[in-house]
Design a binder for this molecule. Sequence first.
Ligand code: HEC
Ligand code: HEC
Length: 232
Amino acid sequence: MKVGSRERSVLFGGLLLLPFFATADAPLDDELTAAMAATPNIEAGKQVFKLCVVCHLTESWGVIDGSYPQLAGQHSSVIIKQISDIRAGNRDNPSMLVIAQEKVMGGAQAIADVTAYIQTLPMTPTPGVGAGERLGRAEKLYFRKCAECHGSNGQGDKKRFFPRLHGQHYAYLLRQLRWIRDGKRRNANPEMARRLGKLKENDLVILADYISRIKPPAEDVAPVGWKNPDFK
Ligand code: HEC
Ligand code: HEC
């Protein structure tokens, strides 16, 4: 499958309708609850996922420069919550706002379906990493300030909606840490934002680097050179 002209026209047709979509939202909590409770259909999710590959790419690994995050490996609860937050306007994501609207990607069922499809994809074996400096200090900071929520191995916590962080691209992680510190990621956990606000810029740099280098369990990671067979 390639990104065909139909998907593109949905994308660009949607962009023109942005001001309309921006106000037409279901309440966040209802949608989150409905998507969490839905019985997902992976086949249907594969169809929805065609809308995502323009940016997150066919493996769902995003881009090393951090412009698009890797989605593979992320907890289903986190993916569902982030999509709901983006479309309800609780997390600013101008480039994805159009796609995330119900009229384009579908309702709670479609969120559940695409999330289930993403759960079938392995993680990138080669996430972007930083310069490799002061990783010892970064590890201490991580265990003091982050591990209680994101886990000692960066595995997050599915039940509590705490994102899995390990194996994510360094540049994306660093951008999120800056945005959370600066109050630009409005759905961020307030206690996390408070802690990040006390750290120096270089501490954010080494933390993002450290986290991107933590190895996810081998069984969750794709072999080098893996391509998504659904998109040949
Ligand atoms: C036009 C580009 C674009 C398209 C299409 C797109 N996304 Fe995104 N998505 C983004 C960007 C950019 C971000 C990161 C935003 C940020 O930096 O805060 C993102 C973030 C996300 C996140 C949050 C990840 C995290 O770790 O918090 C999820 C989940 C997500 N996208 C799912 C999807 C799904 C599912 C689709 C298809 C239905 C999709 N996206 C389509 C651009 C896009
Ligand atoms: C009190 C719990 C808590 C603590 C402590 C915490 N976080 Fe978070 N973190 C969260 C939650 C919850 C989210 C998801 C917020 C949302 O819903 O958007 C998150 C999101 C993130 C993200 C964005 C992930 C993504 O995929 O977009 C990064 C990066 C991150 N945290 C790093 C850190 C770092 C580094 C620390 C330590 C300085 C830290 N967090 C401390 C709870 C926490």
